[in-house]
Write a protein of this length. Sequence first.
Length: 286
Amino acid sequence: MTVTPDDPLTEIAALAREMAESVCRRDPRTGESCAWYHGLWPDLRSVGLGASVSSHAGFFGKAFERMPRRRPRVLVSGAADHALLATVLSTCGAASIEPEVTVLDQCETPLRLNAWYAARAGRSIATCRDDVFEHTPAAPYDVVVASSFIGYFPPERRLALFGHWRSMLGESGLVAVVNRVRGGDPRTPVTFGPRDAEAFREAAEARLRPPLDEPTLRRQLDRVASYVRKQYAYPVSHEDLLATFAGAGLAVTVSTTVTPDDRRSGDIGGVAVASSATYACVVGTR
């Protein structure tokens, strides 16, 4: 099995910038598009202002040792861009595992980015545009993977999410997740404060300016302004995460924490900036 070793993040970012405005999902209640997020995220990652799942490749590699060796069915649940799929393919490739991967998201933009990446890597994947709670697979999955996804759900919805993931697993199937952990009221979402928002905007302009032409930079900085207003994450503690696994009937087999060594983000605080963030890496088995 051949998996492209390099990460075409520059190409992905350009694709995301162009397609997001016309392809991104619109909220049925507000009519608002998520282009401010999906059209910006790869650019933020490319300049060190967005956390990357690649630092957790070792964890996913260990998790995948527990799944069937022949054609395991893998669900990537939630996809900001191609990063989690790339990690799945590379770690499976290193173990000579040939997975059948489905990427699930509500928005078409990340699905197209994942399909583009898979084709570039010489792989075939399935994509599904659906709400995770409404997704019903044709056959059970062996593995569900998610990265930085749980913080979008308040505690009561988290348990329902894990319960639904469990319902989609076959016998001895597993859920492998990476999520930032932090203190705070789990029912009060973390957002950018005024000081962090200003620092983030200044850093984004300084770092995005060299590679982008002026019209593109203006558009991306408009998206940055929306990002610091709208991005949020409910606090998730390691203990609460373990309790959610248990509450959903998933037996925890791996539980660790990691602080990625990514100094590009500097001392900027915020919702998704990697600086000094600690991540829980947990595997639970049905």
